[in-house]
Design a protein around this ligand. Structure first.
Ligand code: HEC
Length: 114
């Protein structure tokens, strides 16, 4: 008698179906409902898009009467507040960036300090 060809076809289908299950796990959102962590690459791109216009890629441009960020002595909390709500010509980012993005950008600009 021996094994009929259709049995091999069924066995092959089962193996394919099982191997399709090994995909990557879905990203889990943070427990408090905020967006997942923002990477340094993302922070740099946010800074370039939202901040370089006035502060420049190195924080020293000082356009639109903005201060030299490399000389800033503000704490992280102060920077987060200022970036969130804006001040004078400095635009508020509240509607444009979420909390995690604002914190990431506030940390990113620390690299400009001498
Ligand atoms: C339209 C120009 C403009 C843009 C765009 C801008 N800023 Fe500013 N920024 C300013 C000005 C003007 C001030 C000074 C505000 C004041 O004290 O009156 C300032 C102040 C700051 C300060 C405070 C520095 C200090 O120690 O006094 C930080 C930090 C800062 N900006 C970060 C950012 C970041 C991060 C972004 C992007 C999300 C950004 N800025 C986008 C104009 C800008």
């Amino acid at each position: 008698m021996g094994v009929t060809p259709w049995r091999w076809m069924v066995a092959g289908t089962v193996v394919l179906a099982l191997s399709a299950c090994g995909s990557e796990p879905a990203p889990t959102p943070a427990a408090d409902g905020t967006a997942p962590q923002v990477s340094e690459v993302q922070a740099r791109s946010l800074y370039t898009r939202k901040c370089s216009l006035c502060h420049g890629d190195d924080g020293k441009l000082m356009a639109s009467k903005s201060p030299d960020l490399s000389l800033s002595t503000m704490t992280l909390a102060e920077r987060v507040a200022l970036i969130t709500y804006g001040k004078g010509t400095m635009p508020a980012q509240k509607g444009a960036l979420n909390k995690a993005e604002i914190t990431a950008v506030a940390k990113y600009i620390e690299r400009f300090r001498d």
